[in-house]
Design a protein around this ligand. Structure first.
Ligand SMILES: [Fe+2]
Ligand SMILES: [Fe+2]
Length: 140
């Protein structure tokens, strides 16, 4: 997989969610490009990648909180299930972040991005986020 073209991100019925997903995609593509460079350069800047990973973590935390606030406000029935998935992913990201700071190889980070994080992101938007956005927009 190469980086993720923005037009491949599924769109949902709430603009704030689409805007956040777009931002997450730009950050993911940024880190993907940095990891590509790092693979060919043993002197790569680990701290710059760490910084971008941190930005992704913070972005996800804020984005998930925005979705959760809307679910709570509208009484979305599968709130617990959707929130639980957000929590699982934040814990996973945190773990990868720590391994990265402890010397994870760029190839391993690339594998995580392409085989775990990106497929999860697309699938999550296509399922839980799509249903949530539909529910919230009908509620209002
Ligand atoms: Fe989302
Ligand atoms: Fe979500």
């Amino acid at each position: 997989m190469s980086s993720l073209p923005l037009e491949t991100i599924p769109s949902v019925q709430l603009d704030f969610m689409n805007d956040d997903h777009r931002e997450a995609t730009l950050l993911t593509n940024k880190i993907y490009a940095m990891v590509q460079d790092a693979k060919d350069n043993s002197e790569f800047d680990r701290a710059a990648i760490t910084e971008t990973m941190h930005a992704i973590f913070v972005h996800d935390q804020e984005h998930f909180a925005r979705e959760e606030a809307e679910m709570e406000r509208t009484g979305f029935p599968a709130y617990g299930c959707h929130k639980g998935e957000h929590e699982r992913v934040l814990a996973e990201l945190q773990e990868v972040y720590q391994h990265w700071q402890n010397g994870m190889e760029p190839e391993t980070l690339e594998k995580y991005l392409t085989e775990t994080m990106t497929p999860w992101f697309i699938n999550h938007i296509n399922t839980m986020d799509t249903v949530t956005a539909m529910f919230v927009s009908r509620h209002d």
